[in-house]
Write a protein that binds this ligand. Sequence first.
Ligand SMILES: CC(C)(COP(=O)(O)OP(=O)(O)OC[C@H]1O[C@@H](n2cnc3c(N)ncnc32)[C@H](O)[C@@H]1OP(=O)(O)O)[C@@H](O)C(=O)NCCC(=O)NCCS
Length: 155
Amino acid sequence: MTHRIRPMTAQDIPVIARWMVQVSLWQRYGLDEPKARRQLEAALQNDDLLLVVDVEDRLSCGFTWVMPQGGFGRAYLRLIGVHPEQSGQGLGAALLEATESAAAQQSAALFLLVSDFNSGAQRFYRQHGYQQIGAIPGYVLPDVTELIFWKRFTE
Ligand SMILES: CC(C)(COP(=O)(O)OP(=O)(O)OC[C@H]1O[C@@H](n2cnc3c(N)ncnc32)[C@H](O)[C@@H]1OP(=O)(O)O)[C@@H](O)C(=O)NCCC(=O)NCCS
């Protein structure tokens, strides 16, 4: 399986929005296709860091969105996702590594929030050197605590 990581374009957005709504995490946060499209279009307009991964002829199977100063003035990983049919094959790891390399050009650290119930993603981030440094109860959904994770790029 060969994959390619590249910057997101406007053509990727409807494709991504279509599979994002199949991800149970984002269903719980009330995401629908128009909202997903609006968020990604705004991010693209804003010149945020947006990467996608293509797997052979399947385009936009995964993506990351980083707001360059969205985490206490440092880079903030707003979203990362891999198509449910493609998860567990290393695409998330490849995307995260490419995203970190790009973010590290401008930021000494990368922050992110992860839901308390999303133990798979927490394991994924810890495997990549992220540490929990805080928690915000009820920040987005009243019954969910958002865990604050970060990774420092420089000692
Ligand atoms: C988290 C996510 C980006 C990881 O991408 P991936 O391509 O599946 O990850 P990789 O194949 O590189 O790494 C697999 C690791 O991810 C973790 N993981 C999290 N969710 C997983 C899933 N549904 N399937 C497989 N692995 C998952 C595990 O730690 C796994 O490692 P392990 O098998 O040693 O326990 C992806 O599963 C996803 O899009 N999940 C839904 C959205 C989400 O939770 N995003 C993060 C919060 S915004």
